[in-house]
Design a protein around this ligand. Sequence first.
Ligand SMILES: [Ca+2]
Ligand SMILES: [Ca+2]
Length: 294
Amino acid sequence: MTQYCDYTSFESSTDPWNDWVKGANGQALALGEENGNYYAFFRPMGNLQGKILEKKLTQLVANEKYRVSIRVRRVNDQAKYPSITWRMDEIPLGSATPLYDREWHVIRTDFVAKDGPQMLALIGSDSVGSGEGADFWFDDIRIYPANMHEDFEDSLGGIVKPGETLDQGALIISLPPTSTNDVGIQTHTLSVDGKLEGQGLALNRNVAANLPEQEVTIQLKGEYSNVEFSWTWISQRGEVRFYGPGQKLLGQSEVLPINGAHQNVSFKAEQGDYVTEMVITARDFSYLDFFRFS
Ligand SMILES: [Ca+2]
Ligand SMILES: [Ca+2]
């Protein structure tokens, strides 16, 4: 069964609000853009005393542990500062987090799902003091299970051509317009036990010749400190770069054919870091499968 995960990036290319509904205190929300990235902010700023956004969650699995995260920053450095908190069915999930500075921060809040639909709401409040209220921008709201896997077994398939993006379960797969070949979700005629079974993500899809270098971006809907997957049918050197929020490079690994045609790739982020994106460089027709995130 496909696990529920949800990612709202506020990018204009897709549905920017992604079923988030503006609350009484969110009516002034607008989308802004900085260096090609879109985020939400208040225009006019006004005061912050209540519900900013809410979303009905219908696909949570009861008793599973989930996390909601949001990336936030302030814009001014006046005395008055905002605090934000999440509420599930009107009950606060932990204490409010004050926002003090103009750096981007990620705030992560864990919860255990109950049976049936649940309503998740973002709540804001201003401190007393001078200055304008609603002094913050936000971006990248993610709702995801603490442990996630993606085997493509429920996938309807799909081909990603250069310049295109495919929303695929836990992953968002895209190719730059300059890419020469496609990637796609498909089945190899031969299984590799525990590494490629059923459908997988085919790199340089159906291209026979070697060395068609291809860069594939895989965004995770969640954020994870441990990432594992299998890379099979390797005949040329491959590379993986791991990025965290704000495109921070966390590390990279090389996959060399001398170590076998079928390999496992794993990455553990430093304490406090989380992987949100991987960029794969592939030089042959090969497959990825058995993604494991924790
Ligand atoms: Ca964004
Ligand atoms: Ca599979």
